[in-house]
Write a new protein. Structure first.
Length: 484
């Protein structure tokens, strides 16, 4: 097999800079790819946000060039380092500032259009021919569009195929039209995109990419429907030959109940009995009485409309005194949803604790001590929470949507198989019903143990995802060779 050269671009990547899930993916996938048999020569490129510590990561200057803007030539400086065997390049320049994302769409537009155009200069600077340009979300999507317009002019890019990974479709890059125009990126008048989308980075990337993948097969199907398609479902329906879905992996070293330093008791699949110590400790921390038999439901989530925590609050209210249950809610986000979660704790002081904060340690203790993790998402491109839950023996109760339905096997009472509980529609009744079902099964601890063990047995490794990405890279190359 030919060794492929891959240029991988993203707005953020752990450990350099991480704001959300994209940072986890971009931090893990290139490394996992580089460790495969027949590994590609994968090189990362990131914006040099001011929060990135240049000294800590020993950044070395590599090159300086300029990018044309309507009013000036803007200087781009390239730096280089290596992380876990993967070469990483950073691009600095005036539009790239402190915040990874700001609330000013125009400024974010300038930053990411500048970055998208500058990263296309990298192959020439490095005298390196990428076979594949792999970009992520709207921030780097314009690079693929610009590649499609200028491919012929750069000998280093003339055979480069492109892949766009979508982590969250609704973020289209709205409000960046002026920035695109100032950097001379023309609208795609001749594309089949809807008119409103002809000058927006993500749609331009969809139009120009040789292949598009979403972060789960489930989400790849859902984006073809009006409910999840962000207005582009009709267009995407015409592009299905380009679309696939690949589930993200989980960092199995970071999320390991056998070695997690934050737990009072480590455990594994064969010693799930020990897990009770974590539950007891958690109950005490939360100032609950320590009756270990009462099922404890956990929620760990951004308080965003996407996550459906408002529906969970209603469902727990409905469940009320009818059943024996307790819940701990950990999250921050929309003040309105935060208030609803606080009000639930006030209404059921014996049953509910709400903690409005980001708390990485408490999150680990909830995964290790709660019996269930509730994930009532309205949409979920992939989702990590359910995978972490399963790995920690915390059984997911989740809406059958996107990556949740791809990673959780719904419990089947007939044969006792399954790794969690799924419900179909985002409504109160279905959620209450699913919770009641889970609470019923919980009473039979033998069955419950089977569900926990089945979840802990799942392979959520990055290696598994990387193997699929490598296959996709080869598909891309083969398709490109056929085209030429
Ligand atoms: P998203 O990236 O859309 O927020 P994911 O399920 O992919 O959702 O990942 C969320 C991650 O953030 C999980 O690791 C979850 O444990 C963590 N998390 C969310 N809210 C909090 C919080 N308030 N405190 C600690 N960890 C949190």
């Amino acid at each position: 097999m030919k060794k492929l050269n891959v240029l991988f671009a993203a707005s953020e990547a752990a450990p350099f800079v991480k704001v959300g899930g994209l940072g986890d993916v971009a931090g893990s996938l290139p490394r996992a790819l580089s460790r495969l048999e027949h590994a590609p020569d994968i090189r990362m490129v990131l914006p040099l946000h001011q929060s990135i510590d240049r000294e800590k990561y020993s950044l070395k200057p590599v090159a300086v060039f300029t990018i044309a803007h309507a009013y000036q030539q803007i200087q781009a400086e390239v730096f280089e380092t290596e992380f876990a065997g993967v070469p990483v390049y950073f691009i600095a320049g005036e539009p790239i500032g402190e915040a990874v994302y700001s609330s000013d769409e125009y400024l974010d537009g300038l930053k990411y259009i500048f970055f998208s155009l500058a990263l296309l200069e990298l192959p020439r600077v490095l005298k390196w021919h990428p076979d594949i340009l792999h970009v992520n979300d709207w921030h780097t999507a314009a690079a693929i569009y610009s590649l499609s317009l200028h491919r012929g002019r750069d000998p280093y890019l003339k055979d480069t195929a492109s892949l766009l990974t979508i982590h969250n479709l609704p973020y289209l890059g709205v409000g960046t039209e002026k920035a695109l125009e100032e950097f001379g990126v023309p609208p795609a008048y001749n594309s089949d995109l809807p008119d409103w989308a002809k000058q927006m980075p993500l749609p331009l990337g969809l139009h120009a990419a040789d292949k598009i993948n979403l972060v789960s097969p489930g989400y790849a199907e859902e984006v073809l429907t009006p409910e999840f398609g962000s207005g582009l479902d009709g267009y995407l329906e015409t592009q299905t030959q380009k679309l696939t879905g690949i589930i993200n992996g989980l960092d199995l070293e970071n999320w390991n109940p056998e070695q997690d330093q934050e737990l009072v008791q480590n455990f594994n699949r064969a010693s799930l009995g020990k897990r009770n110590k974590n539950k007891k400790h958690l109950l005490t921390t939360l100032d609950f009485s320590d009756e270990i038999e009462t099922p404890l439901i956990g929620i760990i989530s951004r308080m965003d409309y996407q996550k459906g925590i408002d529906v969970a609050v209603e469902a727990l209210t409905e469940l009320g005194e009818k059943r024996d249950w307790r819940a701990v809610i950990l999250g921050t986000g929309s003040p309105e949803i935060e208030d609803q979660a606080r009000a639930l704790a006030r209404r059921f002081p014996q049953r509910v604790r709400t903690l409005i904060r980001f708390d990485a340690i408490l999150a680990r203790r909830i995964y290790a001590g709660a019996d269930m993790i509730l994930i009532p998402s309205r949409y979920e491109p992939c989702g990590l929470t359910q995978m972490i839950g399963m790995r920690y023996g915390c059984v997911p109760v989740a809406r059958a949507v996107g990556g949740l339905k791809d990673t959780i096997e719904d419990y089947n009472p007939r044969n006792g198989q399954g790794t969690g509980f799924l419900y179909q529609e985002n409504n109160l009744q279905e959620l209450v019903y699913a919770l009641e079902g889970a609470l019923d099964v919980y009473r039979d601890q033998r069955h419950w143990l089977g569900i926990q063990q089945a979840g802990m047995k799942q392979d959520f490794s990055w290696r598994r995802s990387a193997v699929q990405y490598l296959a996709l890279y080869h598909d891309l190359i083969n398709a490109r060779i056929k085209k030429l």
